[in-house]
Structure formats: structure tokens, C-alpha cells
Design a binder for this molecule. Structure first.
Ligand code: NDP
Ligand code: GDR
Length: 370
């Protein structure tokens, strides 16, 4: 039985990857951070009572900022594969917490590589590093591939640039099986609520159900290559099953503006929107609503721009070329953007129908944070 260790197991990708590896017969170990409230919502369905026999899912307290802790866990687990998904992953927040981001996302990667080396596991343990399309940053060439130069545009991307190169360096210096997956944006119903797609699908469902008035967004012109996280964790696993370690771009090859994603999300609910105005004055109004479940008057303004969400430096355009992954890994995504949007919007509609029922019954519902 193969043994995998996942950092960031409580995150979106960690949850899907754990599910995938368990389905393939792996013993899965995950590192979670201590928090004052439970933070395991995404993996609770995978939990196995440690008192039972033949348990294949284990959680360890830890943090990428703590090398002794990482060394101890790697020593205990003796993993065949490590997936380093843990990170402060929000680009906008990295401008507020640049030093912490560098520590967790940059030096955290080094700590894990060093743990493998110190413990003499360089010939046993394979490692996947969660690199990102944010490395490309300022547009120099499209579509972006494994050979496109990097130009990071945020403290997050600069930290991830260190993670990328230190992974390459350990591969070359010590012959480790270490790979970078340069993954473009990938989303799902498990996506964190403050990333733009999930923020939009949640707000669309809540506005349709009459639970929320208006969605405020930042740069509507930004273009992203959005795929489904379920497809992307499959690519991570494939990268660690090859004869030689290499780096791969994982993307759909299709790019879409934030504005068009808003249109698609509302359209999934039968609501047609029209955008008007420019820059900070741009808004979107309801043109029609074909779904009798929702009471949305024509002309209602449901989207507006709030400069609070602008970034000091922005990544304007991402579109990936996944040819290498398709050819060498045999990787093929199952979801296109329409199917991804439908999956997310329907999941959020289901979630907030429960809130609507509670509110109708006189119960207070949770606060809604943006
Ligand atoms: P999430 O933000 O959903 O999850 C991040 C995970 O990292 C969480 O489990 C979080 O724990 C954990 N974490 C944060 N800081 C630390 C730390 N100091 N020590 C240990 N764990 C930590 O991210 P995703 O699942 O979306 O992304 C997974 C990885 O892939 C990240 O590294 C991200 O930067 C990268 N990536 C993501 C892409 C995407 O589009 N989703 C695209 C390209 C790369 P907690 O739950 O306690 O906060
Ligand atoms: P990104 O994802 O920065 O690409 O990083 P995010 O969804 O945060 O932003 C995508 C684009 O949408 C624009 N935008 C907004 N973004 C947010 N979060 N909130 C808003 O209100 C809003 N309005 C417009 C942004 O300016 C941006 O252009 C994600 C993360 O998962 C990273 O960890 C990962 O490395 C990259 O994807 C690939």
C-alpha cells in the first residue's frame, strides 16, 4: 500500500486529492493546523475513527513554518509521495501579509524538501510542489507554457517563485523525484468563499433567493483560465507516477473575463444580466428572470464595482497551454467552464435554500462575509 502525505489537506485541493488517493488504495496522511474552531469541513466525510482497525486516513497537527514539526511528521509517516499544497493562497491577502506568505509558501517548501533530505529519503519519497500560473504575472507571451518566462506580480507569486526554483534545484542537486505542477485557476463547490468564482456563485444564489442585495467586485476585465479542481488533482497524481520528474502546466486553454463569469453564473439560475457604465461606475442590472422560484424585478441592480477589491499590481490575462500534460501524462479535463459553473451554482443554490428555509421559519442565519 502506498503512503501519501498531504500538506494543506483541509483546503480545496487537499480534500479532492485525499479522496482520489483513498479511492486508489493509498494510506493518506494530512497535516492540519490547529485552529480555535474545527477547520475540517471539507474532509469530514473522509474521517475514520482512529480506534477502528485498518484506518487509511490520518491527520497530524503541523505547520509549514515549523521545520522540527515537519521533520518529525515525515519521519513518522515515511511517505512514498508528498503533495505540498499548504499555502497562504490568496493573492490579494498576500499584499497585507507579505512576510508570512514568503515564510509559508516559499521557505515552507524548502523546509519540506530539507526534511526529506535530512531523513535520507531522497530515493524513496517523491514530492509534488503546488506551483501556479501566477508565476507568469505580467503578460509576456500567450498561451503560457512550461517555457514561458516568469514575472510575478504579488508577494504570493514571488514566494511561489522561490518554491518553484527550490524544487527544481533539489531535483538537480540531489536527484530527488520533485515536480512542479504549474496549475492555472481551478475552482469547485469547495472553493474558498473569497476567491472570485465562489464569491460570484454564492452571491448569485443568495440574490436569487432574496437573501442578499448586491454583489461588489473588483477588476471585471481580468481574464482567467478556469478549470475544475477535481480534474486538476488527477494531474497532480499523474505527475508523480512517471519515470522521470518534470514540470507541467495544467490548464484548459480557454480564457474568460470575470464579467463573463458573472453573466454565466446568473444565467445558470435563469437570470439574464446587462452591464452598463465604465470602470468604478460599472454595474449590472437584471434584464429578465425566467425561473419562477425567484422574485427578481427587471432593472434591479445586482452587481457593482468596489475599488477595495482592486490589487496594487494585477495579473490581467492568463491562458494556459496544457499540451505537454495531455501528451506525456495522458491528462484530459472532464469539465468545461459551463459544467464547472453549473456545478458551483447548483451547489450554492442548494446550500442557501437551507438558509432561506431557516429564515422563513424565524431562525437567524449566519452572517455573510465578503
Ligand atoms: P486553499 O486556500 O483552499 O487551501 C490552502 C491549505 O493550506 C489549507 O489547508 C490551509 O490550512 C493550508 N495552510 C495555509 N497556511 C499553512 C501553513 N502555514 N502551514 C500548513 N498549512 C497551511 O488552497 P487550494 O486548495 O485552492 O490550493 C492548494 C495549493 O495550490 C496552494 O498552495 C495554492 O497556492 C496552490 N494553487 C492553487 C490554485 C487554485 O486555483 N486553487 C492554482 C495554482 C496553485 P487552513 O485550512 O487551516 O487555512
Ligand atoms: P487569483 O484568484 O488571484 O487568480 O488566484 P481570485 O479568484 O482571487 O482572482 C481572480 C481575478 O478576479 C479578480 N477579481 C476579484 N478577485 C477576488 N478575489 N474578489 C473580487 O471581488 C474580485 N473582483 C475581481 C482579481 O483581481 C483577479 O484578477 C487564484 C488562487 O487560487 C491562487 O492561489 C492561485 O495560485 C491562482 O488562482 C492560480
Amino acid at each position: 500500500m502506498k503512503r501519501a502525505l498531504i500538506t494543506g489537506i483541509t483546503g480545496q485541493d487537499g480534500a479532492y486529492l485525499a479522496e482520489l488517493l483513498l479511492s486508489k488504495g493509498y494510506e493518506v496522511h494530512g497535516i492540519k493546523r490547529r485552529s480555535s474552531l474545527f477547520n475540517t469541513d471539507r474532509i469530514d466525510h473522509l474521517y475514520q475513527d482512529p480506534h477502528e482497525q485498518h484506518v487509511r486516513f490520518h491527520l497530524h497537527y503541523g505547520d509549514l513554518s515549523d521545520s522540527t514539526n515537519l521533520i518529525r511528521i515525515v519521519q513518522e509517516v515515511q511517505p512514498d509521495e508528498i503533495y505540498n499544497l499548504g499555502a497562504m493562497s490568496h493573492v490579494k491577502v498576500s499584499f497585507d501579509a507579505p512576510e508570512y506568505t514568503a515564510d509559508a509558501d516559499g521557505i515552507g517548501t524548502l523546509r519540506l524538501l530539507e526534511a526529506i533530505r535530512i531523513l535520507g529519503l531522497t530515493n524513496k519519497t517523491r514530492i509534488y510542489q503546488a506551483s501556479t500560473s501566477e508565476l507568469y504575472g505580467l503578460v509576456q507571451q500567450v498561451p503560457q507554457s512550461e517555457t514561458t518566462p516568469f514575472y510575478p506580480r504579488s508577494p504570493y507569486a514571488v514566494a511561489k517563485l522561490y518554491g518553484y526554483w527550490i524544487t527544481v534545484n533539489y531535483r538537480e542537486a540531489y536527484g530527488m523525484y520533485a515536480c512542479n505542477g504549474i496549475l492555472f485557476n481551478h475552482e469547485s463547490p469547495l472553493r474558498g468563499e473569497t476567491f472570485v468564482t465562489r464569491k460570484i456563485t454564492r452571491a448569485a444564489a443568495r440574490i436569487a433567493l432574496g437573501l442578499h442585495d448586491k454583489l461588489y467586485l473588483g477588476n471585471l476585465d481580468a481574464k482567467r483560465d478556469w478549470g475544475h479542481a477535481k480534474d486538476y488533482v488527477e494531474a497532480m497524481w499523474r505527475m508523480l507516477q512517471q519515470d522521470t520528474p518534470e514540470d507541467y502546466v495544467i490548464a484548459t486553454g480557454v480564457t474568460t473575463t470575470v464579467r463573463d463569469f458573472v453573466r454565466m453564473a446568473f444565467a445558470e439560475l435563469g437570470i439574464e444580466l446587462a452591464f452598463s457604465g465604465e470602470g468604478v461606475n460599472e454595474t449590472a442590472q437584471v434584464v429578465s428572470c425566467s425561473n419562477p422560484e425567484f422574485q427578481l424585478p427587471e432593472g434591479k441592480e445586482v452587481v457593482a464595482v468596489d475599488p477595495r477589491y482592486f490589487r496594487p499590481t494585477e495579473v490581467e490575462l492568463l491562458i494556459g497551454d496544457p499540451t505537454k500534460a495531455k501528451t506525456q501524462l495522458g491528462w484530459e479535463p472532464k469539465y468545461d467552464l459551463k459544467a464547472l459553473t453549473a456545478d458551483m451554482v447548483q451547489a450554492d443554490l442548494e446550500l442557501f435554500r437551507r438558509d432561506a428555509t431557516l429564515r422563513a421559519g424565524g431562525y437567524r442565519i449566519f452572517n455573510y462575509h465578503e
